[in-house]
Design a protein around this ligand. Sequence first.
Ligand code: MRU
Length: 348
Amino acid sequence: MSTFHSIEWKDNKLRLIDQRFLPLETKYNDYENAQDVADAIRQMVTRGAPAIGASAAYGLALTAVHSPAASPADLRAQLEADAEILRESRPTAVNLFWAIDRVMNRAADPTLTSAGAIRQAVLDEAHAIYKEDVATNKAIGYNAMPLVPQGAKFLHHCNTGSLATVDYGTALGIIRIAHEEGKEIHAYLDETRPRLQGGRLSAWELKQLDIPHTVIVDGASGHLMRTVGIDLCVVGCDRVAANGDTANKIGTYNLALAAHAHDVPFYVAAPTSTIDMSLENGDLIPIEERNPREVTHVGDCQITPDDTPVANFAFDVTPAPYITAIITEKGVVYPPFKENLAKLFAAA
Ligand code: MRU
């Protein structure tokens, strides 16, 4: 386990590590209601698809535990109102909606006939999502091991480690397990403009784990593939469509194109909770656009002329043909993704 908790349920409060201050300061915030959790998700206190999902589930647990509602109907109405607020917090990572739906389905169980029973069920479901996430990430890591050669040089984008999940991580979990298995790997980390998840968060995590790594600017990936030689790219995802098209942090698509040009395998680490079988293809995935200030400023320092027009897409979609395989906790899925993802879900 990691030396820190990205998410923790403590004394009927939700404690989140405030990722905005890392790596310079390790600061934790306590939350007592779902509205504040929604703000924390929106402001990127907590971030990364699985972490957002688990945080939202606990947001609903806060409603369940602290609501004065005495009847099942009143409590369910309050939960529905707060679920709506949480759903509005960020649009792209499907884990948010998956976790909220899962908790709300549990709360709707007609065999729960008292407010007390609903309270307990909601809290249990949030704890279940939390616990399952760690096991899922480890399974993804072990499933990936046959794909990782001895001495592998990885290229990784964004942050997909313990901070982006409950613990362990998805793509960074693969790097972590490869290191633990003695594969003598080296991880090159895209710094990931504009929020610098790679430079700030992934580097912080790998430093603590003593895993050899080097931070590069996003634009250096092609140069590294051509000169140093990269064995494989591993990235996380925020939403995978039924045909395998994958939304992930902006810059992932460029990385996939560079990998394709250099014959470097490009792997997406995806818990099945991030696969949205209701969307036929990636064009249907909502792409978040964020505040232009994330681009015009680095910290408090303005780096563009006043009033420079900015487009700040937070995610992009990598078309399925550029993805070598999707590594899930249930196994490695190869093209054709439409058929093989359908089979994976049918088997589950
Ligand atoms: O905007 P963020 O920081 O929430 O984006 C995070 C990413 O895009 C991650 O790479 C993705 O969620 C995978 S999480 C294991």
